[in-house]
Design a protein around this ligand. Sequence first.
Ligand SMILES: [Ca+2]
Length: 311
Amino acid sequence: MGCGLVWVKRAGVYPGLVLGCPHRAGGSFQSPYRLCSPCSLHFIVFDTELAHDILKVWDGPVDSAILLKEWSGSALPEDIHSTFHSLTLQFDSDFFISKSGFSIQFSTSIASTCNDPGIPQNGTRYGDSREPGDTITFQCDPGYQLQGQAKITCVQLNNRFFWQPDPPTCIAACGGNLTGPAGVILSPNYPQPYPPGKECDWRIKVNPDFVIALIFKSFNMEPSYDFLHIYEGGDSNSPLIGSFQGSQAPERIESSGNSLFLAFRSDASVGLSGFAIEFKGTVTSLTCEESNLYRDCFNHKHLFIKSCLSV
Ligand SMILES: [Ca+2]
């Protein structure tokens, strides 16, 4: 059995090893092309419409459900190896915007290491070695939650080399219970647009002797439709400090107690980049005069009362 086809979509270059297929404009091109092997793919050209025209490579047939990787955009992918004896390439294009596409060389060289597990978006990878038995660990940036295991191991099974478990991802989660002394709260999917129709609640609690400072690092919400409500206390029955929308958020808010409740609400359409807010437990840094200024500015009726009363 000879090595099969790589389908080239509008690629200007047809290298000797690559066979072309007729271009089909628009629509979903789902016919799988399988290669004999174990196979390696080497990318010569890659340019597709980001997030819309997507190349997927499956380890073995599509029905094996082992997706090795998927790509879109203009970054040239690194070489990739099958772990089974075939690869399936699947290219889906939408009806809009065509780029030059891709051309890929393939060979039947057998992998001797695990694939590059990549670096998760919004995270860090520790370790580069990909021999069987090697481990790599991952850590997410502040505010992001690890989905999966922090530590993965390269495993060899006959001629297959694969990571166990799969490499993790880092996501900005919808809500959570946070305790001090400090941390970061991100709108869901941050810095990508938050999804529509979301209700995310965060509870922050710090040491009883401390108040909570919220420092707004970025704030960008759809005006009049998407809100961040901040309450002084443990839930939405607590006094409302403020409801923030658009790009109008204060630089800093201080609670008067040791707990805050943040409720994010997005309506059914239009998501923007949302927010990144640092929190920390602190002794109050504001004078009563300053706190009154803040209170007048933002109508935070319940802010700073405790510290003012104690003066
Ligand atoms: Ca919206």
